[in-house]
Design a binder for this molecule. Structure first.
Ligand SMILES: Cc1ncc(COP(=O)(O)O)c(C=O)c1O
Length: 429
């Protein structure tokens, strides 16, 4: 006997799930108003007040929180609240609250991104989001995916796996001949010259975690729009961006960023719970994607359908709302300004040191919150080790990259004095 999707979902107790649905349809819900935050809580006065929300070990200067966030108090408390409630009565709490709490996360994300919550899918990480998107995006046999040498392992490996499964061809290009002194024109030109009539997907990373270069998404998006004007619907280029190192740093509205799909983990710069992330897609772009993992979230919107099902670490997923609210209370504009200020201070200092080779551009247009460099006479590992001995936490670029650099990422968890201490420590090496 055939059972309907709704009956099936009800039968397993997941409100409105869509476990049998794999094909994406367009969002059915009207656009929702953005969520208003109560005005009584604000971190607007002092950066120290923001730092006090984290229980970081203060013996260290934490210059690598872009890798994995420490949870700020509101996130930590929400996780604890949900954990206790689930532990007390898992079935009742889930049944009575899951739909509402997941909806609240989507709405908080949408309010932060300035988009409609129906367009936001929830994932566990950037890597999961990239893999779901590059597995499910429609590319026919004669079409290809264009990516770059500068992209992170999670993008490149997702494309490789797709190619192994389905034979989809993908091509890697270089966007520049050196990140430090590249330009918007060089990057857009190199990309544009590499696009052919076969190019269906352009898969890029907003902020390269190998060099700290932030590529000009808006200008690339405009170039792609121009090319798309003369293309039929099923041939139009879909522009997908791994935005993990821009989200929580740059003050942008997602609808105006210039891409069709935006994939990010929310457990890095956003300070969301570990094991959280999202995919946002433009309303008319989602129809080009088929879901891979059956959802348990409902089938009213594409965001729900693209949210992988199964029972999750719900206390983490639901507490993600607090991370978006935390950022909005500080203010997106202030966050961007602060992170850029600290990074500029670091780069100015490094640039004056003869033994330092900087790889991150000086301009704010082409950089965000990660500074990459090499030091004469030392491997990056030696630099990280020596800084560690001075209680400064740096990282190297992962082994999956060709470039091997030292990375420092001044964030909202740092201040100007810590940047000076870090500079002095590097100077001494
Ligand atoms: C550019 C980039 N994308 C994706 C990832 C992986 O993110 P996630 O842990 O959210 O999968 C990283 C590094 O951790 C990265 O540098």
């Amino acid at each position: 006997m055939e059972i309907s999707r709704r009956k099936f979902v009800n039968s397993i107790g997941v409100a409105g799930g869509a476990a049998l649905l794999t094909h994406i349809s367009c969002a059915k819900r009207p656009d929702q108003p953005l969520e208003k935050l109560p005005p009584d809580i604000s971190y607007g006065v002092e950066w120290e007040e923001v730092r006090r929300q984290f229980s970081l070990d203060r013996d260290y200067i934490h210059m690598s929180c872009f890798l994995l966030a420490s949870h700020p108090k509101p996130v930590m408390q929400a996780i604890e609240r949900y954990r206790r409630a689930i532990d007390e009565n898992p079935v009742h709490y889930f049944r009575e609250n899951s739909r509402r709490l997941e909806g609240a996360v989507r709405l908080a994300a949408a309010s932060y991104l300035n988009t409609d919550s129906s367009l936001v899918a929830l994932t566990d990480s950037t890597t999961m989001g990239l893999s779901l998107l590059y597995t499910g995006i429609k590319v026919s046999g004669h079409q290809e995916i264009l990516t770059t040498d500068h992209d992170y392992y999670s993008t490149l490996e997702s494309l490789k796996l797709r190619s192994l499964r389905t034979g989809t061809s993908y091509r890697k290009i270089r966007l520049h001949n050196g990140s430090f002194d590249t330009s918007i024109i060089e990057i857009v030109d190199n990309l544009s010259r590499s696009i052919t009539s076969r190019t269906r997907v352009v898969a890029l990373t907003w902020v390269h975690s190998s060099t700290g270069l932030k590529i000009p998404i808006k200008e690339i998006g405009e170039e792609i729009s121009n090319i798309n004007e003369s293309r039929s619907d099923d041939n139009k280029i879909l522009f997908c961006v791994d935005g993990v190192h821009g989200l929580g740093v740059e003050n942008v509205n997602i609808e105006e960023l210039g891409c069709d799909f935006f994939i990010a983990g929310t457990h890095k710069w956003m300070f969301g719970p570990r094991g959280t992330g999202l995919i946002w897609g433009r309303k008319d772009a989602w129809k080009n994607v088929v879901a891979t993992i059956p959802t348990f979230s409902g089938d009213d919107t594409v965001g729900q359908i693209m949210t992988p099902g199964g029972f999750h670490t719900f206390e983490h997923r639901w507490a993600l709302k607090e991370a978006f609210d935390f950022h909005r209370r500080i203010g997106k504009e202030r966050v961007e300004k602060r992170i850029h200020q600290l990074n500029s201070q670091l780069k100015e200092g490094l640039r004056k040191m003869r033994h330092v080779k900087l790889h991150t551009p000086m301009s704010e247009e082409l950089s965000a919150g990660i500074v990459c460099f090499e030091l004469d006479g030392f491997t990056p590992y030696e630099v990280v080790k020596q800084l560690d001995e001075k209680y400064i936490i740096a990282t190297t670029t992962p082994r999956t990259y060709k470039e091997r650099n030292v990375r420092l990422a001044p964030s909202l968890l740092n201040n100007s004095d810590e940047v000076e201490i870090t500079l002095a420590a590097i100077h001494e090496l």
